[in-house]
Design a protein around this ligand. Structure first.
Ligand code: ZN
Length: 213
């Protein structure tokens, strides 16, 4: 899926005359990492009112997609917040279409996320950065202690608040072996809430094996 710009009418917060703008309506983050940076920096779809000079975010609908991260976010306009049930229905419909056309070759098997406004999207990406950083620390600690590293399916890891990487179980392939090995890495001095949560989950009786890539 390619990043796409759309045209729309921007409305200045100071009630000036509306004006035409080009704004991003589809952001394909893995293809255009500079657009992802723009979301994080607060510059995406930032426009300036020609009448009073005020800068503001054009509040148009946007789809943010990062294929390797398995992250699909529908960003709705803040002003449509009261129409949420209707929008969610439309999102499921649009998702069905996108999944079977534009993204067919990706075999998407994870649900979309929805938020209102670019600030909410920015918060998701910030959390994503923090979790990726923590996951890399988990991988480094595991490797330093002589364990292999396994990559979890990103959407699964995100949903369960697990790190994106976990230590490969040393001996045995059941869920509890994952818990035991991850515990050893934590005992080695690593501080990771995500890995701690993974251990708690995998040590439960009857826990399913993690979904890995
Ligand atoms: Zn203005």
């Amino acid at each position: 899926m390619k990043s796409i710009k759309n045209q729309g009418q921007a409305h200045c917060p100071h009630d000036c005359e509306p004006f035409e703008v080009d704004y991003w309506s589809i952001v394909s983050a893995d293809q255009d990492p500079d657009l992802k940076s723009a979301v994080l920096g607060g510059e995406l779809n930032l426009v300036q009112c020609p009448e009073c000079g005020t800068f503001f975010h054009h509040d148009g609908d946007l789809i943010y997609f990062d294929a390797p991260a398995e992250l699909l976010v529908f960003v709705f306009s803040q002003k449509d917040r009261e129409k949420e049930p209707e929008l969610l229905k439309r999102m499921q419909h649009d998702y069905g279409i996108i999944k079977n056309t534009l993204l067919k070759q990706l075999h998407m098997d994870y649900p979309p996320v929805s938020v209102f406004g670019l600030d909410a999207l920015k918060s998701i990406l910030q959390e994503e950065e923090i979790n990726s950083f923590e996951s890399e620390a988990v991988a480094a600690s595991a490797a330093a202690q002589g364990f292999g590293v396994i990559r979890l399916k990103p959407s699964y890891a995100r949903e369960h608040h697990f790190p994106y990487y976990v230590p490969a179980p040393a001996g045995g392939k059941e869920a509890n072996s994952y818990a035991v090995t991850a515990s050893k890495v934590l005992q080695g001095g690593l501080k990771s809430k995500l890995l701690r949560n993974f251990v708690d989950h995998m040590s439960q009786e009857g826990a399913d094996l993690p979904l890995t890539l």
